[in-house]
Write a protein of this length. Structure first.
Length: 268
């Protein structure tokens, strides 16, 4: 089972967890950090080569959590244009296209291999979807998408994989294609999520920023950091809160604390 609560306070650490995080202050060397940045695309490509389309579950919760996809329509059959920034192999994209026949989706990913998997999916149709490879920190989205033409941008478990110094570039890029008055829907790892507490010593790149064994990286967001990031690029905050889930494995008597940040930011 899972208990879920939303709010503005961070998860309270146990004394053992707090001590472990306080002790883990040694950062990965600058040389290795530069190499990880240089190899970021290669490491994600290898991730998809190893896991093909099997790693992430299809995300059928998106329309439930983000009523925005229904709320921003004036009529039930109104066509919506969405951008899924960082689409991976389409775990969010294809459930959405199946559930909502009045959506046209742009979708892009950093990994050329992930983009190929999307194109090979039997549900992929060029009438309903345009997918392309893109480094959101430097490739201009306007080369693929008209300015001010997108009703909703989804940014789901994407920003955390990008170096914190470059996150603002992604938000700047997305801003150009989003229609005024429309929103970015955001969900990603929150501070003190179970995944953050599982990193072994020697994985830390910076504050709340870690590297996995496969070379992919993950940042864990605070509500304040995310708010400042979006507002600095001209967005207005609509919702920004932690979602805390206690996933309980009763058989093994284990409690896994998941923490996500779920947010909505509007282009004025």
């Amino acid at each position: 089972g899972a208990l879920q609560k939303k709010g503005h306070s961070t998860r309270t650490l146990s004394p053992e967890e707090a001590e472990r995080l306080a002790k883990d202050q040694v950062l990965v060397s600058v040389f290795k950090q530069l190499k990880l940045e240089k190899d970021a695309q290669k490491n994600w490509d290898l991730f998809y080569k190893r896991n093909s389309t099997n790693f992430f579950k299809d995300r059928h919760w998106t329309t439930r959590e983000f009523q925005e996809l229904k709320a921003c329509r004036e009529a039930a059959d109104q066509k919506l244009t969405i951008l899924e920034a960082g689409c991976g192999v389409g775990n969010c994209l294809f459930p959405l296209l199946e559930e909502d026949l009045h959506i046209f989706a742009y979708a892009c990913d950093f990994s050329p291999r992930a983009v190929e998997y999307v194109k090979q999916n039997p549900l992929y149709s060029m009438e309903r979807c345009k997918v392309f490879q893109c480094d959101l920190t430097k490739d201009d989205l306007l080369e693929h998408i008209p300015a001010d033409s997108v009703d909703v941008v989804t940014l789901i478990f994407v920003l955390s994989a990008i170096h914190p110094d470059k996150m603002h570039l992604v938000l700047k890029n997305i801003y150009k294609v989003l229609k005024p008055g429309k929103c970015v829907l955001f969900r990603d790892y929150g501070l003190y999520d179970h995944a953050m507490l599982r990193f072994k010593s020697g994985s830390k790149l910076g504050e709340n920023f870690y590297v996995r064994q496969d070379g992919t990286r993950s940042y864990f967001f605070t509500e304040e950091f995310l708010s400042q990031l979006f507002r600095a690029e001209g967005y207005e905050q609509v919702v920004n809160e932690y979602v805390q889930r206690e996933t309980v494995n009763r058989k093994e008597d284990l409690c896994v604390p998941r923490v996500f940040l779920q947010s909505k930011f509007r282009k004025p």
